[in-house]
Design a binder for this molecule. Structure first.
Ligand SMILES: NC(=O)c1ccc[n+]([C@@H]2O[C@H](COP(=O)([O-])OP(=O)(O)OC[C@H]3O[C@@H](n4cnc5c(N)ncnc54)[C@H](O)[C@@H]3O)[C@@H](O)[C@H]2O)c1
Length: 449
């Protein structure tokens, strides 16, 4: 269902009218395309406090494809600054926060539409409450700037100790691929639940998944189809799993992507064993995307509606994960990306079953991540989509749909490809230091924190 309001505010009269009436001003977001794979303009690198991230940070930033500058290029030019990276990892007290203000205050206006602000922070030091206060302050700062910056610009915070372990993350956040990810705090490396081994840099950043096999549950349509497409773009052989009733669609998607269809109801007790049998050479990437809603308020919800949602969205995710890890079908260096939802993180009326199932996914990810990495060399993360334009949300009544679209910092719904790009970053061979994270793809929705 097209977002007519977004098209209208993209015209001169629409812009004028929406401004006069104080209505939301969504900007058309810049997304990845083969013709325009990176942002346009310079990357402004700033520092607050005494950072220890160099020289790795300098080399990582130099490989983003953007020209790195230490001051706003004069004249800034029509394009302005594409991105600002503020290294605040050395901020240890309130004076250091003053340096954050001093660095960003003069340049924030120069950031181009659909530009990026990435703040780098350090892990919180439990033994130094001044450092912890200052570093935690960066979260409130990031989320507040995200809410006010407008024009399709995003603001995210990455906590890290080693810039090279964060290369895939910084490349993602500093590219058009992260168009709908804003207000997020992402832990990379030593601050994640476990300190992983050095990340494996892929031979080719354009096709990082070449030679790898990725299975996408619920891949026949919607977000799953976009995930399958994006992983195939990145070089993976994709296996499109969906219910037997959707076999024709699964085959159509698989054929288009040079992959394989696997008709299977993921709630089958032996689904994990059947996946392993269908993929005798094993798999590298497991995407738990299949999901259903059966909304009712709790007072009206029969056990059957409760059970079917918990079964598809959570029990089958736990069962297949356990089976594929235990059998070794999911190879070392593997990636699991599960699908949560902001409804699970924030709660949503009429969705006690769905909210429970999706919060359960986040719990599974956080608890399993350190163990899966230590025992199987596999990372486990989740994406938590907000309002995404799909058949699922097109069926939502008009007023609720409009509210869902506008109640986020970017004032619009996301597209399936936004979830897919985030999934592809987490599935990346170089994302080995990103583990146990639940990353919202929600345009910084007002629902929940
Ligand atoms: N659309 C949104 O705004 C949104 C927001 C938050 C989270 N999500 C989550 O993202 C995921 C994809 O959502 P979508 O909007 O693309 O939904 P969708 O209904 O368009 O697609 C879901 C796919 O999963 C398949 N599926 C359902 N039950 C299955 C089973 N038992 N075995 C195998 N396949 C099964 C369906 O056949 C379908 O192809 C879901 O987990 C959903 O909860 C979506």
């Amino acid at each position: 269902m097209a977002d007519r309001y977004l098209s209208f505010t993209g015209t001169a009269p629409g812009r004028f009218l929406s401004r006069r009436l104080g209505l939301p001003q969504p900007a058309a977001l810049r997304r990845w395309s083969p013709q325009r794979p990176s942002l346009d303009g310079a990357l402004l690198r700033l520092t607050a406090g005494k950072s220890g991230l160099d020289p790795d940070l300098a080399s990582v930033l130099s490989r983003t494809g953007l020209e790195v500058a230490e001051a706003v290029p004069a004249p800034a030019g029509a394009l302005g600054v594409a991105a600002v990276v503020l290294d605040a990892s050395g901020v240890r007290d309130v004076d250091g926060l003053g340096e954050v203000h001093a660095a960003l205050h003069p340049v924030v206006r120069s950031v181009a539409a659909s530009g990026r602000v990435v703040v780098l922070g350090a892990p919180l030091d439990a033994g130094d409450h001044h450092q912890a206060a200052a570093q935690q302050a960066l979260e409130g700062f990031t989320r507040s700037l995200g809410k006010e910056i407008g024009r399709g610009r995003t603001v995210n915070l990455v906590r890290l100790t080693d810039a090279s372990a964060a290369e895939s993350t910084l490349r993602f956040l500093l590219s058009p691929r992260s168009a709908y990810v804003s207000g997020q705090v992402i832990h990379v490396g030593a601050d994640a639940p476990t300190a992983p081994t050095a990340p494996t840099a892929p031979g080719d950043w354009d096709r990082p998944l070449a030679g790898r096999t990725a299975l996408v549950t619920g891949g026949a349509r919607g977000i799953g189809e976009a995930v399958a497409e994006t992983l195939a773009r990145d070089g993976a052989h994709v296996v499109v799993l969906d219910v037997p009733a959707a076999e024709a669609d699964a085959r159509r998607v698989a054929e288009r992507l040079g992959g394989t269809a696997l008709p299977l109801d993921i709630t089958a007790a032996d689904a994990g064993e059947r996946i392993a049998a269908a993929l005798p050479d094993g798999l590298d990437v497991l995407i738990h995307n299949a999901g259903i809603t059966r909304d009712r308020r709790l007072v009206n919800m029969p056990a059957e509606r409760w059970g079917s949602v918990l079964e598809v969205n959570l029990a089958s995710v736990l069962r297949t994960t356990d089976a594929l890890l235990a059998s070794g079908a999911l190879r070392r260096g593997g990636r699991i990306v599960a699908t949560a939802s902001i409804a699970g993180l924030a709660g949503n009326a009429g969705q006690t079953n769905y909210g429970a199932s999706k919060a359960g996914v986040a719990g599974m990810v956080r608890a399993l991540a350190p163990r899966a990495l230590a025992e199987h060399g596999v990372t486990v993360n989740a994406v938590a989509p907000g309002f995404i334009e799909t058949k699922m949300t097109a069926a939502v009544p008009l007023f609720i749909r409009e509210a869902g679209r506008r109640m986020n910092s970017l004032a619009q719904g996301g597209l399936p490809v936004d979830v897919a790009e985030t999934t592809a970053w987490l599935a990346h061979p170089a994302s080995g230091a990103v583990n146990g994270q639940v990353v919202r793809v929600c345009g910084q929705s007002l629902l929940g924190a």
